[in-house]
Design a protein around this ligand. Sequence first.
Ligand code: ZN
Length: 494
Amino acid sequence: MKDVRKFIPLLKSKVDPVEYGVYPLSIHTSDETTVFITRIRGEKHIVSVGPSIGLEGTSQRIEDKEVIIGELNSANAAVLREVFPFTAPSRVLSKERSIGCGDRLGLASAGHTRVFTEYDAYPILAQQSMRELNLTKRTYQDVLDAATFAVFQEGYKKGWGADGDHLKTSEEIQHALSVGYTMITLDCSEHMNNEFELMDTAELDARYEPDAQVEKEYIGRKIVLSGGVSFTYSEEEVKRMVMTYRDVLTHAQNIYDTFFKDGTYDADFEISIDETTTTTTVQEHYFVANELIKRGVSFATIAPRFCGEFQKGVDYIGNVEDFERELIVHQAIAAYFGYKLSLHSGSDKFSVFEIFGRITGGNFHVKTAGTNWLEAMKLVAVKAPDLYRRIHAYALSKFDEVTQYYHVSTDITRIPDLQSLSDAELVKLFEHNDSRQLIHITYGPILTDTDAGGKPLFADDLFELWDEYEEDYAHLLSIHISRHLYELYRHINQ
Ligand SMILES: [Zn+2]
């Protein structure tokens, strides 16, 4: 690799930036200053050539130009967002199609953006839940900064969003918004009184607190929507619904009034009622939307819990015909009120993407997350089989501990014994649902556990490897996300 300082005088000539460790798509100019990302002794740096734009770093003069070489840190990410607005997140949830692409490692966004230059959907490149932040020991700022540097490096200028995903409290929301997130997904699960869903009628009657207004509006009512869609409300359904969702409505309204109503924050709002044990009925979906809108709450998306199972890292489990039949009604409700449906845990749900794209008429939000982690681990299995074997064994030992966080049907006894697999066969483990889920849910311990001396068990080796094979990883990811989009787009106009 040639010295990047030799590249600087040649900026305007036709030399290949790659020979100097410079990322060619990262070369951007603002007024008199050229800025780019380069590797110096293996480490990525941000370089400005010309009048300072405010980057922090070491300053020197090369020929007659001021050159600043800085680290990819938070202060420099903030400068980029200021000087190059395409590196700042914007509100893309309200676009026709959007895809959430969580990036647990802060390494995936470069690969993700490549897909969105080919499709017209907008990516949400920063998307983390509190659980993911805690398990990976990252902050909202880290996640945002990683996405900023990735879009700068790739020269991705179309626009992207940042989602404070599955947030539950005002404090969490306040924090994500103050860091600059452009979307909040409100997780209403803790305000959902699920026990009323399955309660016997005698107990329901005993505990029901009458709401004359709601009874009058819903009991016996037939809702008729476009496309011949209709449904009715029985008295029992109304009672269950009121008791289950009453606190959800209050909570969502409070959050909306606090953060969104007077336009204090320029951000999109998603209502998520999917983190629950029972499927969201179409009656419940309509009720929640209708009641929120009556209270003046405006939102871009609702995530119901669709029928079937959306487990992490594996395809849809359930009856696709039932899914389609119910989706038609959910979509008619969303279209009637004028918001988009949001599909969560959308990674790898290949058997329902075509249906989702078609029935929503291409007007959707899909959250994928986590399988970019599986792609990263697949890369480890291919490039460093010994390291992969050690990690896999460790994941097995941690399985019981982590299953408390996730709903999965993983049976680790069905995972092939590592001893029986050659190095070349290790990659096949990623075609196997049980081993996919094992690696999927043990990312916390794999990334953050340390030995007795406080040294990370695997993290240093892993990040070194992912850094070395950055281009291979971006390639794997773009193929992986392309498969999702291909299915979603297949029959959008039919
Ligand atoms: Zn969810």
